[in-house]
Structure formats: C-alpha cells, structure tokens
Design a protein around this ligand. Structure first.
Ligand code: FMN
Ligand code: SF4
Length: 678
C-alpha cells in the first residue's frame, strides 16, 4: 500500500473514505428541470471512476420553495429528486466513491422574481448586495416550516442512499440567523448569541429526529466572517466547538470570509493571481481546536499543496474541486505516479463566473467537463494513422495537436514565434495572470511526450504546408488586433495588445476605449495604471467589461480603484486628432447626438481581433472539403465527412480566433471536437 498521505483512508463514523481527496459541493448548473439527470450523473461518475474518495454533490440544493435557485440548483424539496439522486449515488458507489449532498435554504441570497415569485426570507430586513432582494424577516410560521423543510429534504436524501448530507450555512439562511450583521429578530431566534444559534440546533435536531443518529450530517460554515461587525474568529471557534459538542454533526467543513459581495466571494474562493491555499492554516486551527473531522477547500490546485494539507494535519479531507473540473482523472494520475500529466487548474474561474451569468459551469481549458456524454475526456485511438499539419501554436493549435497525437496521428505544428502560446503567452506576461501559461505548458508537455514535431520560428507558407503531405490541416493562426474603428485618427491609436505585449510603452494620460469588453481592455488599463499614469476607460456598453464577469473583475477593480482609474460607460470613441503634442479624443453616444472631448497623450483601442486567414484562403481551393465544416456533426459530436472537391489531397479546418475573435474555451473546444473525429 502507498505511503502517500493523500492516499490513506479516512474513517468518518461508519464510513471509510478510501483516500483524503474530496470534491466539495459546487453547483455546476447542470440540472434539468431542477433534477440531476444524465449530464449531472456523468460528470460525477467520471470523477468517481478515477478514484476521488468523496463527492459532495449539488451545491446549495434547495430545501424549500421560497429558496429558489439563482443558478439552476437541484430542487431537494421535490419528491421526484429521490429517484434521480439514487441513480447517481448507485453509479458512484459502484466505483467505490462516497456520495453526499449539500442542502440549504438560501434566505436572502436569492431573488423574489425567480420560480414561484415568493417573498425572500431572512432573519432581518437587510438586503444582500450581490442578489439585491429586500427580504422579509422570518415569522414564527416561516421558521417552523423551514425547519420541517430541512428535515424533509434530508429524509429524501437518505432515501436516495447518500452517505450523508452537508448543510450550507455561510452566507445562507443559517448564518443569516447567527451572524449579528443579518439577524434583527427578537427572542427566541434573535438577540443573544445563543438565541441566534437556536435555528441551527433546531434544524439539526429535526434532521436527527427524522434520519437517526447513524446518518452522517455535516455543516459547511465560515469560521470568521472577516467583516466589520460580523462573526469574529473567536465566534467561529466557539461555534466550531459547540457544533462538535452538540453531538448533532459528524464533520466540519470550514471556509473563511463572507460571500455577500463579489469581492467577498472572491476572497473566499480565490482565483488566479491570488495566493494558493490562503485559508488552509485557518482550517488547521479549527481542526486543532476541535479535534474533530475537518474538511476544507480554497484554491488548493496542486497535489503538493494538497499533500502538505494532509501530512501537516491541517485537515482530514482536502477539497480539490476546480482541480477536478480541470482534470477529472486527478486521483488516478496520483495513484499511477503520473502527477506531471495532471491538467492544471489555472484559476481562470470561467467555471464559477459563468454560473452567476446564468450559464452552466465550463472549464476554460477542459471542454469535456460538463460535456462528459457528448465529448468524453478520453480520446480514442484512430483506426488509421494520418498526417496532421497545424499552423499556429496558440490554445486552439495546441489542443488540435494534443488531440491528434492522442489519436495516434503524425502531427506537425508550425509556429511563427520561437515558443508556443499565441495570445496566452502575452496575457501571462502580467504576473497576476501568469497561471494562464499552464494551459499551453501542459499541452506542450503532453505533445512532446507523444512526439509532436514542432517547427518554431517558421512563418508557414503554402509550400511548407504542402511539403508535409498532410491528410488534415488545421489553421490556428489566431488574429491580429483590430483598431480601425474610428472615423478619423486610426493611425494615432495603439491596441490593447500593443500594451500587453510590451511593444508600446504606456503614456501618462491615457484613454482606453474598450469596445470588446473582454480581458484585454482591462488588462491593458491595469498595466498602464500600474506605471502611475492617469487612465480613463471608456466603453459604449452600459457596464464596463461585460465579458470579464463578476469574480474576474475583482482583482482588476481592486488594482485600479486605488489608482483612481475612472470608468465611463455609454460613450463611444469616434475620432482622434493630433493637437500639439497631445491627442484630442472625441466621444459620441449611441443614445443621442452628444459629444464630449478628452485631451490625452495616448489612446488605446480594444476592439477584438481580425482573423489572420490568408493561408486558409490560399489552401481552401486545394482542400477536399473546401474548408466546409458540417455544423450538425460539430454540434452533436459527430464525425466530419464533407467532400466538395474530390481532387483535394487534404481536409482543411479553421479553428479559434482564426475564424472570429472569441475566447480560450471556444478555441480549445473548436479544436477538440474537430480533431477527435479525424
Ligand atoms: C461552479 C462552482 C459552484 C460552486 N457552488 C458552491 C455551492 O453551491 N456551495 C458551496 O458551498 N460551494 C460552492 N462552490 C465552492 C467550492 O465548493 C469550493 O469551495 C471552491 O471551488 C474552492 O475550492 P477549489 O479551489 O478546490 O475549487 C462552487 C464552486 C464552483 C467552481
Ligand atoms: S475554468 Fe479555470 S478555475 Fe475553473 S476549473 Fe477550469 S482552469 Fe480551474
């Protein structure tokens, strides 16, 4: 048996967890009609098969009608959930993986204009900034009904065969009851610390009465709200000890901080550029103070840190949640001694940010996550070995190379630069976004192990491609920044990429016109303002950087707010003219015939990229498919089979930004779904 601390079993009550790695509760917004169906099951099963000891399914599964999901959670208040959960539980149990589920009442952390349009309930009148609903303070009948709802939901889960449940307290109704910031009720549920905690004991008591003492019940809570006037670390320690002493819970799953605002949520679940494992020592203090089974997750993306967490006795079970979204086979690779092959989570947080925008969780560089059914994680070997030639070693080209090599093909990659990466290499030059380069580095490493032939410093021309005698060609040449959007003065501006790459030095008084709303605009503004320059970001949109999304916005705003960067929405840069040694920028508005002027010394335009597609159009008439893609096959995981020119010696596909400016996930997804069928 291995002596790896991570691979030692853990005894939780009667349940033996086969190793120390768990997936903590996270709602990827995959339910259909509020139920965990095939997509959901396939997602957890993939990870169960690869050896994770415990998967805490759902995230915030709702126990009551007046806790409507804000991002497509499981409806645990419906009886029909039992059958769906049972299928998932049975499937994971067959693989030796324990399954639990997180249950909650969201309290004020939801909205009244969802589902049944019921009033939002909390322990006071104060609204949560992130979800904006003004709650009604709970009445006696609300409290009684919700306690029953918890017990009903727990009973349903027990009937589905789960190994246990976890109650989500932090930021949700439970904590809203015991935090002094949110409880404005009178006795018996408001006032003193003991009164505020009464709701917790009543819920746990009702669950125990219904499910018995053998059923495993835990709680996920914040041990320190880290908020003026909120629960202190001392309160957290007291609550932890009381939970242990209550005899009502079997494990503590501790987090640190608060989630009522985007910045709060981002500190609790840190993203790229933020410290790894920032709350691990804190979790260790809780474990030491309670001597009780303690779980914890917060940006522990790599195996070395996870191993340290266990070896140093900080926690009993270490959560590697996003790490498992990026690589579902993480535990298998540890067991097989292939840690180097683990696809790293780069903290891009595309997964979480998407659910808050109403989408399903997708990993920026693993498009099979959440698509286990139609895009399996494992690439099957091809029957016939082909020659695949790829032009461009950005994310799209590197994924096409990796997948083609996995298929067993002979792969050649041309890249004009002296190393792979494309736009991601530039992005990662900023220290805060350095982790992005792992998207490329992991693929380069995988490709190198499989013998892919990389030809760097080669600007591939038609003859270079033909000389490889290819069966399949991928054009992954990306795009070039497009700045020619002004009625005058296009020659006076530079692009956001000129700044990010370092090709253009920052001015001192700079206007950044962000018409794309993506990372590049903010990243350029961030880098310019870091030099001490005065920066105004102007956008025609009604909010700035809409493509960047909530948690990714936090580090940018933190950096730029303190530097007094200003954000001007609903104005569109129209023209730039030289005025002495300065520039005059004229702003117009889509809302009317209004004009404003700015005098600056540099204008930066962020307007996406235009495809670099000359080589594609040169190759197109020579190809068998004339570049055509069967979209039905592409969308449904089918095989490409278009022949429009029988004379053509090869098929030609264009992927990523070489088609149109999109994002990293789109580029990689293009590559995966085309290359896996060739
Ligand atoms: C898509 C997504 C949804 C999440 N939803 C929940 C949730 O409903 N309840 C919860 O307690 N944590 C939720 N989390 C937080 C995770 O459980 C975990 O604490 C967090 O991702 C930090 O751990 P990691 O760095 O290992 O990913 C969610 C995380 C993700 C990525
Ligand atoms: S999107 Fe980013 S943070 Fe989320 S799992 Fe993928 S790599 Fe990790």
């Amino acid at each position: 048996m291995s002596n790896d601390p991570l691979l030692q079993p853990f005894q939780l009550k009667h349940l033996t967890l086969k190793n120390r790695i768990m997936i903590t509760s996270h709602e990827p917004a995959y339910p259909e009609d509020g139920m965990p169906k095939e997509r959901y099951r396939a997602y957890h099963l993939e990870r169960a098969k690869a050896g994770v000891a415990l998967t805490m399914t759902a995230g915030s599964a709702s126990v009551a009608r007046d806790s409507p999901p804000v991002f497509n959670n499981i409806l645990a208040w419906k009886d029909e959930v039992v059958g769906h959960m049972k299928q998932m539980v049975d499937a994971c149990h067959d693989e030796g993986c324990a399954v639990m589920i997180q249950l909650t009442h969201l309290g004020r952390r939801t909205r009244w204009d969802k589902a049944d349009w019921l009033p939002v309930v909390s322990a006071g009148h104060l609204r949560e900034p992130a979800h904006r609903a003004f709650p009604k303070p709970a009445e006696d009948w609300d409290i009684a009904r919700i306690i029953e709802d918890y017990a009903d939901a727990a009973e349903r889960m027990k009937a589905a065969g789960v190994d246990g449940i976890e109650l989500e307290s932090y930021g949700h109704l439970m904590e809203q009851f015991y935090s002094p910031l949110t409880n404005h009720l009178d006795a018996p549920y408001g006032g003193s610390f003991d009164n505020r905690l009464r709701f917790v004991w009543d819920v746990l008591g009702a669950i125990r009465q219904r499910c018995g003492n053998d059923f495993i019940v835990g709680i996920r809570y914040s041990g320190d709200e880290d908020l003026e006037g909120g629960l202190t670390k001392q309160d957290g320690l007291t609550i932890s000890q009381r939970l242990r002493d209550s005899g009502l819970v079997d494990f503590l799953n501790v987090v640190k901080g608060h989630i009522d605002t985007d910045p709060g949520l981002t500190d609790l679940i840190p993203i790229q550029g933020m410290r790894n494992a920032p709350h691990l020592d804190f979790a260790g203090e809780i474990r030491a103070a309670t001597n009780f089974p303690t779980f914890h997750a917060a940006k522990i993306p790599d195996v070395a840190t996870a191993r340290h967490a266990i070896a140093a006795g900080k926690v009993d079970m270490v959560g590697m949640t996003r790490a498992h979204m990026a690589d579902p086979h993480l535990v298998r690779k540890i067991v097989e001694g292939r840690e180097d092959d683990i696809r790293p989570c780069v903290g891009a947080n595309y997964c979480l940010d998407r659910i808050y925008q109403g989408g399903m969780a997708l990993c920026t560089h693993n498009p099979s996550t959440g698509r286990e059914v139609e895009q399996p994680h494992t690439i099957a070997k091809a029957d016939t070995k082909k020659r695949v030639t790829i032009i461009g070693a950005g994310p799209a080209g590197m994924e096409a190379a990796r997948v083609s090599a996995e298929r067993g093909h002979h792969v050649t990659v041309f890249e004009a630069a002296d190393q792979p990466g494309g736009q991601l290499r530039l992005t990662a030059q900023q220290e805060r976004r350095r982790e992005m380069i792992s998207i490329i580095a992991w693929r380069f490493d995988q490709c190198s192990k499989m013998g892919v032939d990389f030809r760097f410093n080669t600007y591939a021309e038609l003859d270079d491609v033909l000389a490889t005698n290819p069966d399949e060609v991928f054009i992954a040449t990306g795009g070039l920044p497009h700045t020619e959007v002004l009625t005058a003065g296009n020659d006076l501006v530079c692009s956001s990429w000129d700044i990010i790459s370092g090709d253009m030095k920052a001015g001192q008084n700079v206007l950044v016109f962000d018409d794309a709303g993506d990372h590049a605009g903010l990243q350029a503004a961030d880098m310019i303002s870091a030099t001490g320059a005065r920066v105004e970001v102007v956008t025609p949109d009604r909010s700035f950087a809409p493509e960047v999304m909530a948690m990714n916005l936090v580090p940018y705003v933190r950096n730029m707010q303190v530097r007094d960067v200003t954000f001007t929405v609903t104005w569109r840069l129209q023209s730039v003219v030289r005025e002495g040694n300065q520039l005059k920028a004229v702003l117009g508005s889509d809302y009317g015939d209004f004009k404003r002027e700015r005098i600056v010394d540099q204008v930066v335009v962020n307007h996406g990229t235009r495809p670099l597609d000359d080589l594609y159009f040169e190759l197109k008439p020579l190809s068998r498919n004339l570049g055509e893609v069967d979209y039905d096959a592409l969308a449904t995981g089918g095989v490409q089979d278009v022949t429009r020119n029988a004379e053509g010696a090869f098929r030609l596909f264009r992927i990523g930004d070489a088609v149109a400016a999109r994002n990293t996930h789109a580029a990689i997804y293009d590559a995966l779904r085309l290359a896996r069928g060739l």
